[in-house]
Each structure stands twice: as C-alpha cells, then as structure tokens.
Design a protein around this ligand. Structure first.
Ligand code: ZN
Length: 343
C-alpha cells in the first residue's frame, strides 16, 4: 500500500522519503531570504499527517529541542503517515532572542492564518500556514512561559471541540487549560479549519530544560500512539488530570505593592488555602507584604525574575476538586512534584 506524496509550494516529499527544507517565508532589508527550517518525514505506510512546531515566539526554546529530536533522533522506520517538523517558526525573533517579530513587535502567534498580501507578519504566517499546517490532520505547537516566568508542563486546548479534546487527552498531561484561544493564534486558527491543534506549554524562555523536554517527548509518543503513527506505542495516562476552564478558575495572583518578590513555593507545588506563597520585600529586606493562597490549588506558573510593580503577576494558581487533590497528595508522598505530571 502506498501513501501520497507530501506537497508544498515548490516541492514534494515522496512516501518513504525524508527531506530537510529551508523554506523562504520573507526577506531581510538586504533582500536575502528569511527561511524556516522544515523536516518532512513521509513514512512508507499510510497514516495521519502531523505537524510539530516551536518558537512562534522567538525566545521560547524548549520546544525547539522537542521538535528537533523527533525530526532527527527518533527512528522513522516505523512511521505511519507524515511528520512535518517546524522547530523555528519565528526566525527573526529567534535570531534576536525576542518573543515578537522585530518589525513593529508583531506577534506571529496572533497573525495566523495570515494573508499573502497583508503585513509582513501576516505574509510570514500565510507562508507557514498554507504550506505546512493546512495539509495536516493534527498539530502540536510548543511554547514556554513569557520571559521572567515559568510554567509547569500543561496543554492548552479547545476542549469543546471533540477532535481537539481527543488530542489534548492523548498528550497525557495532568493539567489542561481549556479555551479556544485568541484570534490569530496558530492553534485556534488551525483547529477552526479542521486541523485539531493544541499548545503545549513547558518551562521558561531562554532555556533548555531537559526534564521538561523529556516529558514533552513522552507526550508526543503518546499522541503518535493514539493516532497510529507509532502503533507499537501506548497512550499514556498521567495518573491524574484536571481541566481548568480558563475563563473562571485560572487565577493569577498579583502583587499589590512594588518590590522584590521571594517565592515560597515552586512550579508544580500543591498549595493550601492560607499558605504564604510569596513575600515581597524592599531593598532593606523589610517584609512589605505577604501574599497568601486564597484557595487550595496547584501552582501552574510562577515568577522567575523577582522584581515586581504593583499589579504584576506572581503566580498562576488553579483550583482543584477534592478528588484530584487527594490523588496528588497520595502521589506526592512518593515522587517529587515536577516528575509526576506524566509518569
Ligand atoms: Zn509562546
């Protein structure tokens, strides 16, 4: 049984073939091409076409390691279907190590599906979307927290869309933040066009965090098992799962005073109502304010850069139902917090 070639504007990848492509999405002031790296792995046997993308925000590096390893290190002999690996979407942001496209600070991840005759950001987005996202059956888009903060590994997905909920569950993360996302986001625009896509958040910008990268790779294997890309693999159950409706339960605790924040809890910690989460101090190291948890929950995201203005976010605390809390408590007795989200 043969599979179709993967085609994009300017080329095709036959079944059984792997191609490394540098695909032009824009041009510099010098008129030189700006090219994104793409690896297309087209398997011998039929199966879904899956895209994996990273660094839509140019300084978010963990996902680059994930996508590169799938493209390069994994054995592709048994791949059923086609993998479209896009380790660096925002090349200009990557080169300058910043989140946004440097031209007018445009957010590439608000520019999809793009427009070939639009602004430069929308043209870049269109080149990516039309060639490497539209032809796919599903996708994983890897991100990290914004600079100066960190996230525990979690998935963001439109859980009201059944195919997307299936993908989110297949990834095997304990925490899923539900919501369609904002207009122009890759995952939202792809999902609306019939390519179920979820965002995977892991860690902080400007870093390779090996433990989180390994857990994300486990999630990719689990997705590949669910959709038959790697039929010999098994779908993972993370041990516990909580789905947070982003509109209500997701809560960023904020500083009410300016100063230097000293976090008392870490990413992934279970925090009890009334616990001190953060002390805000001044340059004389007086305690100016103590921030306590307003409810019992899980610390999904946290500050890394400790300086805050009034109103700055300190941490992202999400409420848990009692059953989930008890499961976490029983598991925490025997494994460190960061290790038990996928196991
Ligand atoms: Zn991002």
């Amino acid at each position: 049984m043969s599979v179709d070639a993967f085609t994009y504007d300017g080329g095709r990848v036959e079944s059984g073939e792997t191609q490394r492509i540098r695909y032009t999405v824009s041009e510099t002031y010098l008129g030189d091409p700006i090219r994104i790296p793409v690896t297309v792995v087209n398997g011998d046997d039929p199966g879904p076409t899956v895209f994996l993308s990273a660094a839509a925000h140019g300084d978010e590096l963990n996902g680059i390691a994930v996508v590169r390893e799938v493209a390069r290190e994994w054995d592709h002999g048994d791949v059923r279907g086609t993998l479209v690996c896009l380790p660096v979407l925002n090349v200009q942001g990557f080169l300058t190590q910043q989140r946004y496209l440097p031209v007018y600070d445009r957010d590439l991840n608000r520019s999809f599906p793009g427009n070939r005759r639009g602004t430069s950001a929308r043209r870049v987005a269109a080149a990516i979307f039309e060639n490497f996202v539209r032809p796919c059956d599903l996708g994983l888009d890897f991100h990290t927290s914004t600079r100066g903060r960190t996230n525990m590994l979690h998935v963001r997905a439109d859980m009201d869309d059944d195919p997307t909920a299936r993908l989110a569950q297949a990834f095997g993360a304990s925490v899923v933040v539900a919501g369609a996302g904002e207009p122009g986001m890759l995952r939202r625009e792809a999902t609306e066009r019939g390519v179920p896509t979820v965002t995977v958040e892991l860690g902080e910008a400007h870093r390779f965090e090996r433990a989180l990268i390994d857990r994300a790779l486990d999630g990719v294997r689990s997705v590949f098992a669910e959709y038959g890309v790697f039929p010999q693999e098994t779908v993972r159950w993370p041990g516990w799962r909580t789905v947070i409706r982003s509109a209500d339960e997701k809560t960023w605790l904020r500083a009410d005073v300016g100063g230097i924040a000293e976090m008392q809890c870490e990413r992934g910690d279970l925090v009890y109502e009334g616990d001190a989460v953060c002390a805000i101090t001044n340059p004389f190291r007086d305690d100016v304010a103590t921030v306590t948890a307003p409810f019992t929950g899980l610390l999904v995201g946290s500050l890394e850069n400790p300086v805050v203005y009034p109103g700055n976010p300190l941490c992202h605390l999400v409420e848990l139902d009692d059953r989930t809390r008890r499961v976490i408590e029983s598991r925490r007795g025997r494994s460190p917090p960061e290790e038990d989200s996928i196991s």
